[in-house]
Design a binder for this molecule. Structure first.
Ligand code: NAP
Length: 348
């Protein structure tokens, strides 16, 4: 029997965590046992928990513990037991992983590796169910796994969001206003929009102005209390703050040609009919259809490598380990205590 540890959070009070232990059952046919090895943890994972009930993020890794949830993370895992010849023990994969030492998946083979075909994941977006074997993955860089677990899931959204905006010719605007400009997904988007003929205005908290300016990605960096210029603008909302949205709508009026909601770093979920939600898997499906699965993997892989080369100089990475290290990082990211110039990865 293999023992597993799992960190669960209280769905009604995300600050309350607990470490549970259980024994893993023997594998059935088509099943693989993954040993989680390395993950990132950023505001994005907190958002999964904030909208866990509404969007279904608790369903990926269900738990019997009453009113508890397992927060999904992105990272690397190793196959430590297998009933599938094509995916032997020792295979390393990148994908969506629980806050737990182990994960059992029911493997359905795919071009890049396998998907988890478990019943409880059947209705969830395919991109979250896919596990990529590192040796077949054009975006994989063995010597940069730390940066990959941090940036890869976020940068894909940045890339697809920038791609969609350019495809829509920025809805006629030439200024893009970005909230939570110091967040990795926001500055990844700014990186992708550089040189596309738009002025990039980053909005951030006073304490993060210096860091956001130091990135050199935004043409202008303002605090949330500063007034933006009156000109046709698209708003990319990574903060989810109703107050910031209200201020922008009041200031820009008709000049605000599009209000796109991407994130909730401020952890309040208040959908607004004036705002259109950007869901990356939709644009991903479109581009896979346009470019083919290989074409998509190579284009986004090349873009990610170029981005992480630059981002390595912007954010220093600290490693933590085990359930206690994971819990500490969760508390610090949840309470917004992290400095954007530092990021945390966890070895399990
Ligand atoms: N729709 C999608 O497909 C998709 C995909 C990826 C990410 N996202 C979303 O994008 C957002 C950014 O994610 P990330 O992982 O890139 O973030 P991150 O790098 O961890 O962002 C950190 C920044 O978020 C703000 N922040 C964090 N915690 C806060 C708190 N408790 N209170 C107030 N502000 C806080 C601060 O920025 P400021 O001071 O600059 O506000 C902070 O510097 C998340 O909400 C995430 O879910 C959406």
């Amino acid at each position: 029997m293999i023992s597993r540890w799992t960190v669960v959070v209280d769905r009604d009070d995300l600050t309350r965590t607990e470490v549970l232990h259980d024994e893993l059952p023997v594998l059935s046919d088509c099943e693989l046992l993954l040993r989680v090895d390395l993950t990132g943890l950023t505001a994005n994972n907190v958002t999964y928990a904030v909208v866990g009930d509404r969007i279904g993020y608790w369903q990926f890794f269900p738990t019997d513990a009453k009113n508890r949830g397992i927060v999904p993370l992105w990272g690397f895992a190793d196959v430590v037991a297998s009933t599938v010849d094509a995916i032997p023990e020792g295979t390393r994969v990148y994908g969506y992983l629980p806050m737990a030492s182990h994960l059992v998946v029911r493997a359905r083979l795919t071009h890049g590796g396998f998907a988890d075909a478990s019943d409880h994941r059947a209705e969830l977006p395919a991109v979250y169910n896919s596990y990529l074997v590192t040796t077949r993955d054009p975006a994989y860089e063995a010597e940069r796994e730390d940066l990959q677990v941090l940036y890869r899931p976020l940068f894909l959204t940045s890339y697809l969001l920038a791609d969609k905006l350019a495809e829509d010719d920025f809805h006629g605007a030439r200024t893009v206003v970005v909230s939570s400009a110091s967040s990795k997904t926001a500055f990844g988007t700014a990186h992708c929009l550089r040189g596309k003929g738009v002025r990039l205005v980053g909005l951030t908290s006073p304490r993060n102005v210096e860091f956001t300016k130091s990135l050199g990605l935004y043409d202008t960096v303002l605090t949330y209390d500063d007034a933006v210029d009156l000109e046709p603008s698209v708003y990319l909302d990574f903060s989810g703050s109703a107050a910031v949205r209200e201020t922008l709508h009041a200031r820009l009026g008709e000049q605000l040609v599009k209000d796109v909601s991407i994130g909730l770093t401020h952890q309040t979920s208040s959908p607004d009919p004036r705002s259109e939600f950007f869901f990356a898997p939709e644009q991903l499906r479109k581009r896979v259809a346009d470019w083919g699965a290989d074409g998509f993997a190579h284009r986004t892989g090349d873009a990610l490598k170029a981005f992480t080369t630059e981002a390595a100089g912007w954010v220093a990475v600290t490693r933590h380990s085990g359930p206690d290290g994971l819990t500490d990082v969760w508390q610090s990211v949840l309470t917004g205590k992290t400095d954007p110039a530092h990021a945390d990865v966890i070895t399990f």
